[in-house]
Design a protein around this ligand. Structure first.
Ligand SMILES: Cc1cc2nc3c(=O)[nH]c(=O)nc-3n(C[C@H](O)[C@H](O)[C@H](O)COP(=O)(O)O)c2cc1C
Length: 377
């Protein structure tokens, strides 16, 4: 999620609950291939997050071919093409959900990305696809920071697509049939059209129809939209017969969301032996002390990775953590003005003085050494 699922958030999520797979913020293929260096910071990740998939957007197949080399060279576990972003500056230029209107171009892009993956796995040097030498050096430096090695083993990674039900009307059956011709490993469907943006409820019946179209193929169909709990995960998987779900906004301020995924999996499979019984509430409700610990760890990771200059980007996360406990609104009002992890620590300490929460302050962990991999040289 753009502006949200950066490397700091994903690391906290991986440590708190570990989803089966995680995605980067979407990144423009043009920026990857020839944009300024700092734009590659959306492709920083840590080994703890794996499997981690890089999500790209754009409309130029040649750039997808080049960018696929970069994604592979950085050691990602998959490449996902965004065909669902509704924002005006992305979709109206023909990228993101704009591709639903140009299925031939969508095909071409998928083929170019796959060819890039195949050629890279076959040994083609990333320096041979027209990237500037400085970009190649930056990729190597990112790898060294993450894993201590400048390069990664060559292998073919899966190609997937994330999309919506349609542009201005639901055309999901035809659209999925088009996409299936390119045999992506996974198609994720957000149950709204571009025109709906985020309005109304996600249409899981339409997602279920998409799953039926993809049934019997080797492509996994994953549904997305409005999942707020692990009970929702189990219910949607069972009802729509999808092979999995993506969770976005439900994990904001709750990076421990995925802790009980095994219980949801058991429920979705109809197994009562290993999971809680149907109807039983099994979401993790982290208590305040735990919540504040995670919030502070998140703030410190963010600062270590992106520095103070970019700390304002962290504020929305701080706001999301401040809900559902006494005087949360007052704390949120201060948090959204924080400029450093030290500010966050101070606000938590002040709160603890006014509430019986001394353990939260006393036990807040000392600055955990951020993995060196998280700072991009
Ligand atoms: C702030 C924000 C940023 C998003 N950025 C992306 C993105 O970069 N790539 C993407 O595929 N979807 C993006 N989405 C859409 C979400 O991935 C997801 O499809 C949508 O929010 C519905 O799922 P949810 O109800 O679980 O959040 C974004 C959504 C929001 C609210």
């Amino acid at each position: 999620m753009d502006g949200v699922t950066d490397a700091a958030f994903r690391l906290v999520v991986a440590r708190q609950g570990r989803p089966d797979v995680t995605f980067t913020e979407f990144t423009s293929v043009g920026d990857i291939c020839r944009g300024p260096d700092f734009l590659l910071s959306s492709l920083i990740f840590s080994e703890e997050e794996r499997p981690v998939v890089a999500q790209l957007y754009g409309k130029d197949p040649a750039l997808f071919y080049q960018a696929a080399h970069v994604v592979c060279e950085l050691g990602f576990d998959g490449l996902d093409i965004n065909m669902g972003c509704p924002s005006r500056n992305v979709a109206s230029s023909g990228s993101g959900a704009g591709l639903i209107k140009t299925p031939d171009l969508a095909h071409e892009i998928m083929r170019a990305a796959r060819q890039g993956i195949t050629d890279w796995a076959g040994g083609q040097p990333v320096a041979a696809v027209g990237l500037k030498q400085a970009r190649v050096e930056l990729i190597r430096a990112m790898n060294v920071n993450r894993s201590g090695r400048p390069d990664v083993p060559r292998r073919s990674i899966p190609l997937s697509v994330k999309t919506r039900l349609g542009y201005d009307s639901v055309v999901i059956e035809q659209w999925i049939s088009h996409l299936l011709e390119e045999r992506p490993a996974v198609i994720s469907v957000h149950g709204r059209t571009l025109q709906q943006m985020y309005r109304g409820a996600a249409d899981w019946a339409a997602i279920g129809r998409a799953a039926r179209v993809a049934g019997g193929t080797e492509t996994l169909l994953v549904g997305n939209g409005d999942i707020q709990s692990m009970q929702d995960v189990a219910d949607r998987i069972r009802e729509a017969q999808v092979q999995g779900v993506l969770v976005g906004r439900g994990a904001l301020g709750t990076p421990w969301f995925f802790r009980n995924k095994e219980a949801a999996r058991a429920l979705a499979n109809g197994s009562e032996a290993t999971g809680p019984r149907l109807g039983e509430r099994f979401d993790v409700q982290a208590d305040r002390v735990e919540r504040f610990r995670v919030m502070l760890e998140h703030a410190r990771q963010f600062e270590a990775l992106f520095g103070n200059d970019r700390f304002p980007r962290m504020r929305k996360h701080l706001g999301w953590y401040c809900k559902g406990f006494p005087h949360a609104a007052a704390m949120r009002a201060r948090m959204v003005r924080a400029s450093s992890s030290a500010d966050v620590e101070r606000i938590v300490a002040d709160y603890a003085l006014s509430e019986p929460l001394s353990a939260a302050v006393a036990d807040v962990p000392a600055r955990s050494a951020p993995p060196a991999s998280l700072s991009c040289a």
